[in-house]
Design a protein. Structure first.
Length: 334
């Protein structure tokens, strides 16, 4: 039964998250922000090694604690409680509903012909000035933000959770991935975080470099899954030849594969942020350039592409779950 824990933990977490999503304002996310801030204040002294020490404490200590609880439950109280623990951790780190309500509201506004409402919803979601965006650009930005959010909230978490769980490390991989993404955004050079102790350049570089390494494999697995369930040849061609159009290599792979998979033009001039404060949602950092080079090949973005994105993401989830189910069955029979 232990071999099947990973599959059922993911399944139960997704079902619970669909029925009762985690509220945007919750004590867990508030605690993470407080944890990152305290580590920054206590260990970021500006030197290069201080940056790596602070990053290591912020990102590695919580997964170790999660792993300790998992092992304690598994060896002392049995696999059922260990399964409950994994479901609880995945519920916090994994899920669509932490961002999908923004996507749905913008899509509904566009389908109703209310571009002004769609602009307002987009500005509220990403804290950007969307007042001058034409309709096609609203759609394009929604696709880009939503695909990256799906990657970071779902597929990236699935990837690292599955790897760590296969090694007997329980849900520690899911926590590692989400924390690495969070601190890279919270401490990042484009962050609008205002504190009494802003992160040093050394800490910003350490968090950004570590995040690039940690997200390298999940980004390519996400792109491959989009290719499998979408237009395969076009997605692979986009991955190979157009990922460099985006400034972030990992995000570029995901977005270029998405553009090819559903035949939509992505990239080009990005939104400019005019907002302050802390953003805790997945997606591009406020003020980040989604791409200032030429856009990828494809059709002009329209509302129909939003439904294509939904289908692409959910088909990919089904493929991931089928693969995990087959691997689980093979371990049980082997």
């Amino acid at each position: 039964m232990i071999a099947a824990m990973s599959f059922f933990a993911i399944l139960f977490a997704l079902l619970i998250e669909q029925a009762r999503p985690l509220a945007r304002s919750n004590p867990i996310h508030a605690g993470l922000r407080a944890w990152a801030l305290s580590v920054c204040r206590g260990f970021d002294a500006g030197q290069s090694h201080h940056g790596w020490v602070a990053w290591s404490l912020a990102v590695l200590v919580p997964p170790v604690a999660v792993l300790a609880v998992h092992w304690a439950l598994l060896h002392w109280l049995g696999w059922p409680l260990a399964l409950v623990w994994s479901v609880a951790v995945l519920y916090i780190t994994l899920g669509f509903r932490q961002f999908s309500h923004h996507f749905t509201a913008i899509r509904d506004a566009l389908e109703d012909g209310d571009a002004a409402e769609a602009r307002a919803r987009l500005a509220q979601w990403k804290q950007v000035d969307a007042s001058e965006l034409p309709r096609s650009e609203i759609v394009r930005h929604v696709i880009e933000y939503s695909v990256i959010a799906a990657h970071r909230h779902v597929f990236g978490v699935l990837a690292w959770y599955s790897v760590f769980a296969a090694l007997g490390l329980g849900p520690a991989g899911a926590v590692l991935y989400r924390l690495a993404e969070f601190v890279a955004r919270y401490w990042g050079s484009r962050s609008r975080v205002v504190t009494a102790h802003p992160p040093s350049e050394s800490l910003q570089r350490a968090s950004e470099r570590a995040w690039m390494v940690i997200d390298w494999l999940p980004a390519r697995l996400t792109a491959m899954s989009f290719a499998v369930v979408g237009s395969f040849e076009e997605a692979i061609e986009g991955w190979r030849f157009h990922a460099q159009r985006f400034p972030n290599d990992n995000d570029g792979v995901v977005l270029a594969a998405t553009a090819g998979a559903i035949n939509v033009r992505l990239g080009g001039e990005a939104l400019r942020s005019h907002a302050g404060g802390v953003q805790v949602q997945a997606g591009f950092e406020a003020g980040a350039d989604i791409g200032d080079s030429d856009a990828t090949p494809g059709r002009e973005p329209d509302v129909g592409h939003l439904r294509s994105v939904v289908g692409l993401v959910w088909r990919s989830v089904v493929v991931w779950m089928l693969v995990l189910a087959l691997l689980t069955l093979a371990r049980l029979l082997g």
